[in-house]
Ligand binder design. Sequence first.
Ligand SMILES: Nc1nc2c(ncn2[C@@H]2O[C@H](COP(=O)(O)OP(=O)(O)OP(=O)(O)O)[C@@H](O)[C@H]2O)c(=O)[nH]1
Length: 675
Amino acid sequence: MSKLRVYQLAKELGISSKEVIEKLSEFGVEVANHMSALEEDEANIIIELYGVDDKKAKKPNNKMNHKQDNEPVVEKQKETIQKVEEKKHVEDHKLILIPEKVTVKDLAEKIGKNVSEVMGKLIALGVFATINQEIDFDTAELISTDFGIAIEKEEVKEEIEIGLEQEEDRPEDLKARPPVITVMGHVDHGKTSLLDAIRNTNVTSREAGGITQHIGASEVEVHGNKIVFLDTPGHEAFTSMRARGASITDIAILVVAADDGVMPQTKEAINHAKAANVPIIVAMNKIDKPGINSDRVKQELSDHGILIEEWGGETILVPVSAKTGEGIETLLEMILLAAEMLELKANPKRYATGTVIEAKLDKGRGPVATILIQNGTLKVGDSVVAGSSYGRIRAMINDKGKQIKKAGPSTPVEILGLSDAPEAGDLFHAVKEDKIARQIVEKRKAKDREENLNATAKVTLEDLFKHIQEGSVKELNIIVKADVQGSVEAVKQSLVKLSNEEVKVKVIHGGVGTITESDIKLASASNAIIIGFNVRPSTAVENLAERENIDLRTYRIIYEAIADVEAAMKGMLDPVYKEVVLGKTEIRATFKVPGIGTIGGAYVLDGKITRNAKIRLIRDGIVIHEGEISSLKRFKDDAKEVAAGYECGVGIANYNDLKEGDIVEAFIIEEVKRV
Ligand SMILES: Nc1nc2c(ncn2[C@@H]2O[C@H](COP(=O)(O)OP(=O)(O)OP(=O)(O)O)[C@@H](O)[C@H]2O)c(=O)[nH]1
């Protein structure tokens, strides 16, 4: 007699595979999944527990032992079982939520481990963090997984999203929902053909021949159970959508052509599905082709961490042919079984939430979006928000092209009535009233604008040529600041003359004085670079420029600035050397030392000053001298370097006009390794 599989036994007894697996586990029998084959005595445990003569019993009966005098023993056993079940239930449902950043201490506490254990794992990863140091979620997840503990990222609710906060679902409101499937695999392995074949098995005679609306997802029905398939290529669903925080797939079908085996995109698909923690079912396609070697495919899968059930692993592999239809029925059944194990549930009673799968601007119908409802029920007339668009549902169309009035969890629907087309991966929410929807979107748009302004890729002389070639830069905006008006004018004129057919050089602002915060802001808003002559920005301004990614260059000689810009435009900029500022030191007193000259009593404000550094003397933001250090002392002793927060005596070679309040900027010249 062939061995009974878990799901077959479960079906026999009218209970779920999950229940069988759990019961077996209580009796010390661990099985991988519903496909696992059971030994006779293992199956007997369950059969005895649920009763052979009462096949459809939903609850364990106490006919384990038919002798009346053993009744108390049976009762006791049940009580044991019950306790284990309760404990397991609590453990299963306790979600450990960890924020994007977490201190080592908090992580240890949350996952119930000693700080030293957590640190040990961190060190093994090459991360030397202190107890109060923050680590990111990915690292926290690696460590927790290592302990065998699953954690989830705590979503931070932003103030602007308050209108979307909803109460937690009550357990009694949760109802089973259909699984949502993504098909992944290497190019030409048959993803599209497989989806078509699946849809074709499912076309009812009424629909056959009718025009099926393409809405980016479709529902098929197998033995009265629904399965939702997304058309989005699996990779996209896993990369762009995941990057935007959307997780829409319950199970991934990995299509592997039997005649081709595991290929680069197959590997990628495996990695994506694993990273997203989505179970995989392998559809070994094209089995109708002659001379295929399925063992080779299985071996290759195993080499990439996918061990199939037949080889003692957990992954189900179904041989199929999208061409002949062979195996499609089994594949669908396996999807349903896997879905059963996941116990997918949602609450149809709440406002709908979901994810945008596709969206476009339709000439006749306006913005049209296909959304997958993941929780709640969406009704025509509901006020909704999706990304930065909002509106009221004017009409809903299902995947069969039929207008519907409402749609529950795991339903893909096309919706009309949004203000603009949202983006794929945008989250979708129905809200109480139009006003809330509009407010949320206004706030989101304002935030986007602010972020965009900050995130615009800024032009630099280094990458100017690349931008010119790509055609993305047609104008080079420059801000010129100099110590005297004459220099400003001279630089402006020389720069403007550099304009050529591809790019026009524009000096959008020029002025006398040091480089200020408002220069940086202007550069940021107009994507300009800043050139300074004999002027230096303060540390605060320098930091701002760095934060805003502004290319800020300072020169002593006009010709050098012009030459740099010219070279950059031709793609020949070759800054073999670059200046690295070490730190700034303030002169707080001056002393005349006979035979040596003026020495400044100084305080190192930031960074450091070193004996061998070059220096620049800055007074009121203007460079008045550039040269070298002649002496650097701490008290009476010569010092090699003095760090921030310390006092020192500084002498400048061939320069005696030191004044209180002068800034000595120390720098070195480093060679730039060109990429
Ligand atoms: N013999 C045979 N050919 C198949 C089968 N499934 C797909 N094909 C063929 O394989 C080729 C690729 O199939 P597609 O469905 O376009 O593959 P895909 O993975 O969707 O390809 P991309 O969308 O380009 O990534 C087509 O020529 C199909 O006719 C099958 O089961 N048997």
